[in-house]
Design a protein around this ligand. Structure first.
Ligand SMILES: *[C@@H]1O[C@H](CO)[C@@H](O)[C@H](O)[C@H]1NC(C)=O
Ligand SMILES: *[C@@H]1O[C@H](CO)[C@@H](O)[C@H](O)[C@H]1NC(C)=O
Length: 227
């Protein structure tokens, strides 16, 4: 009996530790905390709007049926619907996006520091994948697949991933996140488009490039295709 109790307590502690470790955004402590975009209080997320002023529209967004313009260098456009677009999403730990791809358009290698992502292809064909963190032997594993309409692919939190439209026609996908604001680090932009610029010597050594190439890369327009 005592042994059973100890096992039960140990299991409970392990479960609590695991569920805490796996959570992305912290769990809400109330039914909702609709963002008050006017508040100047600095908190993790947004301060809550007066409950008496909350309406259905606070939990609503419209427009994800619309194709965003992909007439840019990358041939893609990401419409993010997060806590900055739906105030009711504040503190709930979810968000989503629509991604449009021109033929051969690319959602360039990037990572979300606060969220995993599950992607659903609704139109076209994508070559999508992510790269593992450094393994024990110092290599990085690529997990990539060709996706078609109806296919779903998962990108683990924090790992670098991408989608490329490998079909000849346009493509559309929707993504869901376990964070109200997943964050976006576009790898090339972060390294070659930082302000102020990362020192040449750092980039020359890190990427095994010569200085002229680094200078050229730093002069490029590192586009952010998310809105
Ligand atoms: C924020 O300020 C605007 C303009 O004063 C007002 O219309 C709006 O209702 C305010 N929002 C909240 C959540 O208080
Ligand atoms: C993304 O689409 C929106 C809506 O069509 C457009 O206003 C914006 O300029 C586009 N962004 C890029 C980088 O093409």
């Amino acid at each position: 009996m005592a042994a059973a109790k100890i096992i039960l307590i140990a299991a409970l502690i392990a479960f609590m530790a695991a569920s805490h470790g796996l959570a992305a955004d912290p769990g809400p402590l109330q039914d909702y905390c609709v963002a008050d975009y006017n508040s100047t209080v600095f908190v993790n997320g947004y301060a809550c709007k007066d409950r008496g002023l909350v309406t259905a529209d606070d939990f609503f967004f419209s427009g994800l049926d619309k194709r965003a313009s992909t007439a840019n260098r990358l041939g893609s456009n990401i419409t993010i619907v997060d806590a900055t677009k739906i105030p009711g999403v504040n503190s709930l730990g979810v968000s989503m996006s629509r991604i449009d791809y021109a033929p051969y358009g690319l959602n360039p290698p990037h990572a979300h520091p606060r969220s995993s992502e599950i992607l659903h292809v609704v139109e076209g064909e994508l070559y999508a994948g992510f790269v593992s963190a450094n393994t024990e032997d110092g290599s990085n594993l690529l997990f990539a697949k060709k996706l078609r309409k109806g296919d779903v692919f998962v990108f683990p939190r924090g790992l670098i991933h991408f989608q490329f439209n490998c079909g000849g026609s346009r493509a559309v996908a929707f993504a869901a996140f376990d964070s109200q604001k997943p964050g976006l680090v576009t790898i090339a932009n972060a390294m070659f488009g930082a302000h102020p610029a990362v020192d040449d010597e750092v980039l020359v050594k890190a990427f095994q490039l010569n200085e002229a190439t680094v200078d050229w890369l730093q002069k490029q327009n590192w586009l952010d295709v998310s809105t």
